[in-house]
Write a protein that binds this ligand. Structure first.
Ligand code: GTP
Ligand code: MG
Length: 195
C-alpha cells in the first residue's frame, strides 16, 4: 500500500470523541510494550507519528490515525502492565472494551504478540474474545529482529498453537528496528480497508 497521507485525528478516551463518519478502522491490541505504536509508525513509514517508549504504559488514549483519507489505524493502550494502579488499569480496560465492543466502524482487530515469547494468558484471553466477536483474522508478531531467521518457523508455529488460531487466520511478522515485513503486512491488511 502506498501511504500518501497519515495524520493523527483524535486521541479519545470516550465514544463521543471517536471520529465521525463511516471510514473503516483497523485496531492494534496487545500487551504493553509489545510494539503497537512502533508497528504503526513502521507500517506508515513515519518515525514519530505514534509515541513510543521503552517503558510500558506509554499509550494511554485511543489514538486514531487517518491514512490516505480512506481508513484509520487505531492505536490502543496495552494490557497487562502490572505497575499501573488498579483503578487506572480498570479504567483503561473499560475504555478498550467499550471501543472494541461498540465501534461499528471497526473492520478488524489485529493482535500483536512478541515473536520471542509464547503468548501470555492475557494474550490468549484477548484472542479468544476477538474470535468470539468475529475478529482475529490477523496476528502480528513484533520484534522480528530479535530472533534468528532459522528460528522463525518454530516461533510462528508456537504462536499459532497457543492462540489456537484457525487455519484461515494469518500471522505476519514485523521489525520496527529493521523495517522488515512492511510489504507483507500491507498485503494482508490492505484488503480489509479497500472498498
Ligand atoms: P504501550 O503503548 O505501552 O502499550 O506499548 P506499545 O505496545 O505501543 O510499544 P512501543 O511501540 O511503545 O514499543 C515498546 C518498546 O519496544 C520500545 O522500546 C520500542 O523501541 C521497542 N520495539 C518495538 N518494536 C520493536 C522491534 O520491532 N524491534 C525491536 N528491537 N524493538 C522494538
Ligand atoms: Mg503504545
Amino acid at each position: 500500500m502506498k501511504i500518501k497521507t497519515a495524520e493523527i485525528v483524535m486521541s479519545a478516551v470516550k465514544p463521543e470523541q471517536y471520529p465521525e463518519g463511516d471510514l473503516p478502522e483497523i485496531a492494534m491490541v496487545g500487551r504493553s510494550n509489545v510494539g503497537k505504536s512502533s508497528a504503526i509508525n513502521t507500517l506508515l513509514g513515519r518515525k514519530k507519528l505514534a509515541r513510543v517508549s521503552s517503558s510500558p504504559g506509554k499509550t494511554r488514549t485511543i489514538n486514531f490515525y487517518l491514512i490516505n483519507n480512506a481508513f484509520y489505524l487505531v492505536d490502543l493502550p496495552g494490557y497487562g502492565y502490572a505497575k499501573t494502579s488498579k483503578p487506572e488499569r480498570a479504567a483503561w480496560g473499560k475504555m478498550i472494551e467499550t471501543y472494541l465492543s461498540t465501534r461499528e466502524n471497526l473492520q478488524e482487530v489485529i493482535q500483536l504478540v512478541d515473536i520471542r515469547h509464547n503468548p501470555s494468558q492475557d494474550d490468549q484471553l484477548m484472542y479468544n474474545w476477538l474470535k468470539h466477536f468475529g475478529y482475529g483474522s490477523l496476528v502480528l508478531a513484533t520484534k522480528l529482529d530479535k530472533i534468528k531467521r532459522s528460528q522463525y518457523q518454530k516461533h510462528i508455529k508456537n504462536i499459532r498453537e497457543i492462540l489456537e488460531m484457525p487455519p484461515e487466520s494469518k500471522v505476519m511478522a514485523l521489525s520496527a528496528l529493521k523495517k522488515t515485513g512492511v510489504e507483507d503486512a500491507w498485503e494482508k491488511m490492505g484488503s480489509l480497508v479497500e472498498r
